[in-house]
Design a protein around this ligand. Structure first.
Ligand code: SF4
Ligand code: SF4
Ligand code: SF4
Length: 249
């Protein structure tokens, strides 16, 4: 089904930071320097040398493992394309942070009512779409139907083999992502995570979970439940301590 995606063409990026600034405004965050993912930074620029700048943001995976491991459905791939997060459902187990192969979700560790934080493709803007794409002055970040963006990415790469490394990042990574990258060098040289998979990751994730001893899973879910009810870290710390005493004593 047709749904929204984002195409980042690194060859067109001048490193102006308008995307980062627009992201912070769109998400009502105070203006700040963006150096890596954190609770107030959903996108940032990497300076890869030779006037090459590469954005990072949530990849909005076609079959997101963050959503797959979430026991309460707080994260989900919407039909419109964005992978969104509902803080009212979240119980704070943070499995999503462990499951994401791109290292994207972060957590409000110092908040009394902590939430997972990441780009939601500006779902709150509705048809207006991602603020970063609207702000980009060069067309390095554009948005549209994911299928059409993929066709455009392939067309650009094929039409200029000197300018583009011959690959679209996001076709096979994690079984396909809603955010696609093309650029002058291979993805690893651009600083993009080497997530080499041909099928969707959630199945792999669940296979991996099968090998985790039941007591660990039970402990995690139990403690997550406590967290959900109280939203207070002190209680979790106390419960964790008691739990450890029980198992190690
Ligand atoms: S990049 Fe990570 S947080 Fe974003 S949709 Fe994929 S698995 Fe989820
Ligand atoms: S889509 Fe919105 S939240 Fe995501 S990086 Fe762009 S501006 Fe930020
Ligand atoms: S706004 Fe566009 S050109 Fe400027 S840093 Fe972001 S992607 Fe690059």
């Amino acid at each position: 089904m047709a749904h929204r995606g984002i195409l980042v063409d690194v060859t067109k990026c001048i490193g102006c930071g308008s995307c980062v600034e627009a992201c912070q405004k769109s998400n009502e965050q105070p203006a700040h320097e963006a150096k890596g993912f954190n609770e107030q930074t959903y996108t940032f620029l990497m300076d890869r040398g030779n006037d090459t700048y590469v954005r990072r943001l949530c990849m909005h995976c076609e079959n997101p493992s963050c959503a797959s491991v979430c026991p309460v459905g707080a994260l989900r791939k919407t039909a419109a394309g964005p992978v969104t997060y509902d803080p009212d459902k979240c119980m704070g187990c943070r499995y999503c942070m462990m499951a994401c192969p791109f290292g994207v979700p972060t957590y409000e560790w110092h908040s009394a009512a902590p939430r997972v934080r990441k780009c939601q493709m500006c779902a709150h803007r509705g048809a207006a779409g991602p603020a970063c794409a609207e702000a980009c002055p060069t067309g390095a970040t554009i948005t549209g139907e994911r299928d059409e963006l993929l066709a455009e990415a392939r067309r650009r790469v094929a039409s200029d083999p000197k300018a583009y490394f011959q690959r679209v990042y996001g076709v096979t990574e994690a079984g396909g992502t809603g955010v696609l990258f093309i650029g002058p060098r291979e993805p690893a040289a651009l600083g993009l995570p080497p997530v080499k998979t041909v099928g969707p990751l959630p199945d792999l994730t669940w296979n991996a979970l099968k090998h985790i001893p039941d007591v660990v899973l039970f402990g995690g879910v139990f403690l997550g439940g406590l967290f959900w009810l109280t939203k207070r870290k002190e209680d979790v710390a106390r419960a964790e301590h008691a739990d450890k005493g029980e198992h190690h004593g």
